[in-house]
Design a binder for this molecule. Structure first.
Ligand code: FE2
Length: 402
């Protein structure tokens, strides 16, 4: 994110002495991507950011995945995964249940009212979409406030924790990349500014403005990382609290962006999903479908045409409004549809005809398109509506009516 920010105090010249009131030195840390060749920030710590006193295995929740074989579209009902009784004992970090994953991205879901431990993801950036509820996200860069409809973008290896608050639980849809994520390149100038035709701009991105100071000794931080070809966890213990930053500046930091600040691109005829793109990572994109005026050609068909996106699996998370093309399928708030490559998908029976003449769709959905097949996590297997694949034909194996 090439957009400079500064919070707290930094010395006038980088890599020079930054001293406490008592004359001691603050410790400078460069946090940078792609081997000193991409975006970075400089953080100034009270203590040594490298001081640890212990390192133990942190057993991650079940990360096993099952191939989508035999191939079929899927409907997953995420709200079934977290009954109310478990909210108070679930946190946003350790309580995530894996829904879908491949070598590029993993999608998980969690419903929580519990504060999370300190955590950082060393595998890649996280995009955590807040379906409902509110939270303070304390990070080494300072504090973010997350509200319904926010994407919380947390760069790789940013130490942070989630503190849900307010009415209701925090429902979080976590898209964990194995890479960095950013706005689509076509919306950026060659120096990284969001261009005029971008559906959002820098004013819509909200970075930390206040630093957070943590107290305590022997403080645990959960680290998700790669080892032995797998994604694993380690529990590190720091002698002092890692939230000890007195200032930072640079172009790398966590931020929030609200789906409600996304200005939809519309047209006379149906606009393809790239018109709705909001982020991209390595081998996947994130698009969002927001309330909007729909196609206004006099003969337009506002719901999507049937399509074989032959290189992608397409995952739609239905998180608000009323999704016109899926009426009659059982899909509702909190559902995911999985439409894999190798299979043509489109509106449910009747929706194609019914949409003619519509002027506005009141829908809210977050879509992830991957360029490699996704496999099903344990969370997906636990909440699948197995009838979904047959809803276009009206009957499934053995001729049973749906
Ligand atoms: Fe699609």
């Amino acid at each position: 994110m090439a957009y400079y920010r500064q919070v707290g105090t930094v010395p006038p010249k980088r890599h020079t002495q930054h001293r406490t009131d008592e004359g001691g030195l603050y410790y400078e840390e460069l946090m940078g991507e792609e081997g000193f060749s991409s975006d970075s920030s400089l953080l100034y710590h009270r203590g040594l950011p490298s001081a640890i006193v212990d390192s133990q295995v942190w057993e991650l929740p079940d990360q096993t995945t099952t191939p989508n074989h035999p191939l079929k579209p899927r409907h997953l009902k995420l709200h079934e995964l977290f009954p109310k009784e478990v909210w108070a004992e679930t946190d946003v970090v350790t309580g995530r249940r894996l829904i879908l994953g491949n070598g590029d991205v993993r999608i998980s879901y969690v419903v929580s009212t519990q504060d999370s431990p300190l955590y950082r993801n060393a595998v890649g950036d996280e995009i955590v979409y807040v379906e409902s509820g509110q939270a303070t996200v304390e990070t080494v860069f300072g504090t973010l406030e997350a509200k319904p409809g926010d994407y919380v973008i947390i760069p790789t290896s940013t130490t942070h924790r989630w503190l849900p608050h307010g009415e209701g639980p925090l429902r979080a849809y976590a898209i964990e990349a194995n890479s960095h994520v950013a706005p689509p390149k076509r919306y950026l100038s060659r120096y990284g500014q969001l261009l005029e035709h971008s559906p959002y701009c820098e004013r819509d991105l909200h970075g930390p403005t206040e630093l957070v100071h943590g107290e305590g000794t022997d403080v645990e931080v959960l680290v998700k990382h790669r080892a032995g070809g797998a994604i694993v966890g380690t529990r590190m213990v720091y002698p002092a609290h890692p939230f000890d930053v007195v200032g930072w500046d640079g172009c790398l930091y966590p931020y929030t962006f609200s789906i409600h600040d996304y200005e939809p691109i519309t047209g006379r005829v149906h606009q393809p999903p790239p018109a709705h793109q909001v982020f991209e990572g390595n081998n996947f994109v994130v698009c969002n479908f927001v309330p909007r005026k729909v196609d206004y050609h006099p003969l337009s068909i506002p719901v999507p045409y049937y399509h074989s996106n032959v290189d992608s699996d397409e995952i739609m998370f239905y998180c608000g409004g009323d999704y016109e093309a899926r009426k009659g399928s059982g899909i509702g708030q909190g559902s995911i549809s999985v439409h894999p490559g190798g299979y043509a998908h489109g509106p449910q029976p009747g929706a194609y005809e019914r949409s003619i003449g519509a002027e506005f769709f009141d829908e809210l959905a977050v879509m992830v398109d991957t360029f490699r097949p996704l496999e099903l996590g344990e969370g997906a297997l636990a909440c699948e509506d197995t009838n979904y694949a047959w809803t276009w034909a009206g009957r499934g194996p053995g001729g049973s009516q749906q």
